[in-house]
Design a protein around this ligand. Structure first.
Ligand SMILES: N=CN[C@@H](CCC(=O)O)C(=O)O
Ligand SMILES: [Zn+2]
Length: 407
């Protein structure tokens, strides 16, 4: 049985306690059997049966954290949108570009043109780069197909990634990302298509665990979202909402009403929305890289954490508002702009991120019975790791007990 020794501090990050409680264990050891954690504690307490193991790994006096979890990405898409980046830099807003038929719709065009194999090759290469920064689980949304067959095509790419990669993939159906051009003059017909054809197909083929929706001026209204999400829930999908990103639209309240697992973005969430999320135990997913690229206000994570809402941190990787999959960068921005502490940000990218994608009983913390997903980091402590921000991939990364990366 492998035994990891000589860990200066292991942050176990259990779900217990507040956002700031990451449960550090000093001079720790970690034992795992196959893919599961068998024992974790102070090295001086290591039971004799493990200390005689002939598979001892030396952590070199470094720190150990759970595998990072990117709980909000739009990983599979055709093309890029660097031209829009330039337009936004010259003063045209994200919403103006979207209303003029660019934005999400320009990626829809490119994604429809791409073959499933082309999409797979591109997404697979980007996923490999995400793994470089210590990520061991990734949530992946569709939403650039916007027809039954094109949405299924994206979700099949994720199924193939789940089968072929060493990290976990959780898929989310986001057919309700925006109204496709062919339904511009008949929104109701697209909502009907989502309900009568797309959701049953996705749920029937078990291609997604979650259904998400973009509630926004340029996308779906609250009544449309309620209808779509209620149907998705009846079909057995768990729920997520892109809420209150560009305008205060009641998305957080809707997420709470419907028992959604998470509400994401929330830059313009109301006090009532925060209260309702706390009461309904909805995870808030903070996406500061989207604010960095769109010059929208950052989510004040502090406000939510102080109100007792679990705040997860993710990249929102997509070709428009967040063309960057650097989760440690998102963690640093959640501190510098969202006012989380480094410990809180770590909890946001581990166990709370796991909770945001329904994996909290499987991964996200280093506890007996959990999957052995972890990183060895060269830093004196987690505070220093986030504060001294630089490209610093983990020394070693393990997913399900197997080493997947070593620098
Ligand atoms: N807000 C909606 N969806 C994405 C943006 C997608 C895109 O611009 O292509 C987001 O989470 O930011
Ligand atoms: Zn998103």
């Amino acid at each position: 049985m492998p035994v990891l020794k000589n860990i200066s501090t292991l942050y176990s990050c259990s779900l217990m306690g507040k956002q700031a409680d990451i449960h550090p264990l000093h001079r720790a050891a970690l034992v795992w059997n196959d893919s599961r954690i068998e024992w974790v504690g102070e090295e001086s307490d290591l039971p004799a049966e493990y200390s005689s193991s002939n598979e001892v790994i030396d952590a070199g006096g470094n720190i150990v954290i759970p595998g990072l979890i990117d709980c909000h990405t739009h990983l599979c898409f055709g093309g890029w949108r660097a031209d829009e980046y330039e337009k936004r830099l010259s003063g045209v807003s994200y919403l103006e570009i979207a209303k003029a038929g660019g934005g999400i719709l320009s990626t829809v065009k490119e994604t429809r043109h791409a073959t499933e194999d082309e999409l797979y090759i591109k997404a697979s290469a980007m996923l490999d780069e995400m793994i470089e920064s210590g990520v061991t689980s990734v949530e992946c949304k569709s939403g650039y197909g916007l027809s039954t067959e094109e949405e299924l095509k994206q979700l099949r790419v994720y199924r193939r990634l789940a089968e072929e990669k060493s990290v976990s993939i959780v898929s989310t159906f986001l057919g309700a990302h925006t109204i496709p051009p062919e339904y511009r003059d008949d929104r109701k017909a697209y909502v009907d298509l989502l309900i009568n054809e797309m959701i049953p197909a996705v749920a029937g083929q078990k291609l997604a665990a979650f259904c998400d929706i973009f509630v926004e001026d340029s996308a779906f209204t609250i009544p449309e979202a309620r209808r779509i999400l209620e149907n998705a829930k009846s079909a057995g999908l768990k729920l997520k909402v892109h809420a209150d990103q560009l305008t205060t639209g009641g998305g957080a309240e809707l997420a709470a009403d419907l028992g959604a697992v998470s509400a994401d973005h929330l830059e313009r969430v109301s006090d009532k929305g925060i209260r309702r999320m706390q009461e309904a135990d909805v995870v808030a997913v903070s996406l500061p890289i989207a604010s960095l690229y769109t010059w929208q206000p950052y989510l004040n994570c502090r406000r939510l954490a102080d109100a007792g809402v679990a705040v997860a941190v993710a990249t929102d990787f997509n070709p428009g508002s967040a063309p960057c999959y650097d989760l440690p960068l998102a963690m640093m921005l959640a501190c510098n702009h969202g006012r989380l502490t480094p410990a809180e940000s770590l909890k946001g990218a581990t166990i709370y991120a796991a909770k945001a994608i329904g994996l909290e009983s499987i991964t996200g913390s280093l506890e007996t019975g959990k999957r052995a997903d972890f990183n060895i980091l060269a830093a004196p402590d987690i505070n220093h790791w986030i504060y001294h921000f630089k490209r610093k991939p983990p020394i070693r990364t393990f997913a399900s007990g197997t080493e997947i990366k070593r620098t």
